[in-house]
Ligand binder design. Structure first.
Ligand code: AHR
Length: 509
């Protein structure tokens, strides 16, 4: 059995976790909105037409923030088409996904849905086919109190109080040739800067995310971030990163090593942010909004054969298997290990479209990737400890040297809890792991959850929704001040330790 060592120090902290790092994403795409979160004709719908079964699963994940309305969709979207009386809303072509958008669900419905889901909103402006004026109008509609054309339009739609949306994206993937209104780095930098200037005059409380690269292998990666941030340093707060992986060659060891690529991608973007900060003699850090990340490849072939210009097709409906859940776990660990700079993260997406939650006319169910996401979002609160992982490594075809063990330890001082998230990527063997707990001598194991399946390709379906689920009762104990655990081969592990307080029994006087 291979052995690993995990080292932490109470005082050696990466950062407090920004809860927005566990965000997600709803795009007008496929069946994410229609049939995913909104389906008035469904027996599962509430009085506003929202699917109650979906809402329940979203709440189970404690989703803190949801990005909306795109994605590629936003780059030719007119937000005005989706507000006001529903019978007056126009249907429009959606150039990004070559479908028809009915606009029966729009901004105000999303605001209502988010209240029910208990999540904040992260909105995106269209900087593809539109510019400063329309972005200003949208912000004015959402955040300006009253007495102006746009704020009074909102009030006439039944929203007396502003929505006060804080986090905004300046466009989406503007570096991508697939994007409607794609721009060069220089073109985007100028429009982003001037739009940001106008928006922050209108509402200085907002936070703005500039578009970074669409993925780590974009030919313009690096140069793009440098150009955009050089121009926008004083006006924006975050740079975005997007990253999806897929096991296209059916090489599981290599696929599971993709988190090494994500780690390097984040580190490089952080370096660029800091270079620009130095160049501008600035005080503020530009942080990272990893506002699209996931596994995405299963649906690629099926999507090539979709009928065009219809509504709500079964598009990007990846059915996730067990190894996808392992990578999602590893990606979450990687994100947390960079919690000092990754402040927003959006698992893309939330329902039906490359999503942890699926719906049909007869119900909603959890895909395999639901579990690591839910565990991290609900249990991973507090402070990330600098987690040194001494793990044996292997050579991955695409990514080079990769550790067998991914691990991060989180301390929640409020709850007096320590949480260990770990993935053993070894395809053959269990791993013996020891973690020095001597600074946490009074902590005891509460629970050791394990997600493992002998079949890496095992999936959950509506008929068999509990095929791949976590189980409690993992192999771990505390021995001589050490947490000693055995992580099964290819497994996702969550160990919760809580401070043990002996209640002193007093004899009656
Ligand atoms: O999430 C699916 C798509 O992936 C988004 O619309 C786009 O931003 C990215 O390319």
């Amino acid at each position: 059995m291979k052995k690993s060592q995990v080292i932490i120090d109470k005082e050696y902290i990466v950062s407090e976790i920004d809860k927005r790092v566990y965000g997600s994403f709803i795009e007008h795409l496929g069946r994410a909105v229609y049939e995913g979160i909104y389906q008035p004709e469904s027996p599962f719908a509430d009085e506003q037409g929202f699917r109650k079964d979906t809402l329940e699963l979203v709440k189970e994940c404690n989703v803190p923030i949801v990005r909306y309305p795109g994605g590629n969709f936003v780059s030719s979207y007119r937000w005005e088409d989706g507000v006001g009386p529903k019978d007056q809303r126009p249907s429009q072509v959606d150039l990004a996904w070559e479908v028809v958008e009915s606009n029966q669900f729009g901004l105000n419905e999303f605001v209502e849905w988010s209240k029910k889901a208990g999540s904040e909103i992260m909105m995106a402006f269209n900087l593809g086919t539109r510019g400063i004026q329309e972005a200003k109008n949208l912000l004015e509609y959402c955040n300006f109190k009253s007495g102006t054309l746009m704020s009074d339009l909102r009030r006439s739609h039944g929203y007396e109080q502003p929505h006060n949306i804080k986090t905004w994206c300046l466009g989406n993937e503007m570096d991508g040739p697939w994007q409607i209104g794609q721009k060069t780095a220089g073109e985007y930098a100028r429009i982003a800067h001037e739009t940001a200037k106008a928006l922050k005059i209108l509402d200085p409380n907002i936070e703005l995310v500039a578009c970074g690269s669409s993925h780590s292998h974009m030919p313009t990666f690096g140069e793009w971030e440098t150009t955009v941030l050089d121009e926008c340093y004083d006006k924006v707060d975050y740079i975005s990163m997007h990253q999806y992986y897929g096991n296209r060659d059916n090489d599981s060891a290599n696929f599971l090593a993709s988190s090494v690529d994500l780690d390097q991608f984040i580190s490089t973007v952080v370096s660029i942010c800091d270079y620009i900060k130095g160049k501008h003699h600035g005080k503020k850090n530009i942080n990272i909004s990893l506002d699209e990340w996931n596994v995405w490849f299963h649906s690629e072939e099926a999507d090539k054969h979709l009928e065009k210009w219809i509504q709500k097709p079964h598009q990007l409906e990846d059915i996730y298997n067990f190894e996808d859940a392992l990578l999602v776990g590893s990606m979450l660990i990687t994100i947390l290990r960079h919690a000092d700079r990754v402040k927003i993260g959006c698992l893309a997406q939330l329902v039906n479209v490359i999503a942890p939650i699926m719906t049909s006319d007869t119900g909603a169910w959890r895909q395999t990737i639901f579990y690591p996401y839910m565990h991290a979002a609900t249990l991973g609160q507090g402070i990330v400890l600098n987690t040194i992982v001494k793990s044996p490594v292997y050579e991955a075809k695409q990514y080079g040297e990769a550790p067998y063990l991914d691990c991060v330890v989180i301390e929640n001082p409020e709850k007096e809890e320590l949480v260990v998230f770990a993935v053993n990527k070894d395809l053959e063997e269990a791993m013996e792991v020891s973690l020095d707990l001597r600074q946490y001598a009074d902590y005891r194991i509460q629970e050791h959850l394990v997600m493992h399946n002998d079949d890496l390709k095992a999936i959950n379906t509506e008929e068999n929704p509990n095929n791949v689920v976590p189980k409690s009762g993992g192999n771990s104990k505390i021995d001589g001040g050490f947490l000693q655990a055995v992580f099964e081969r290819t497994s996702w592990n969550v160990i919760r330790l809580m401070k043990h307080t002996c209640s002193l029994l007093r004899s009656p006087d």
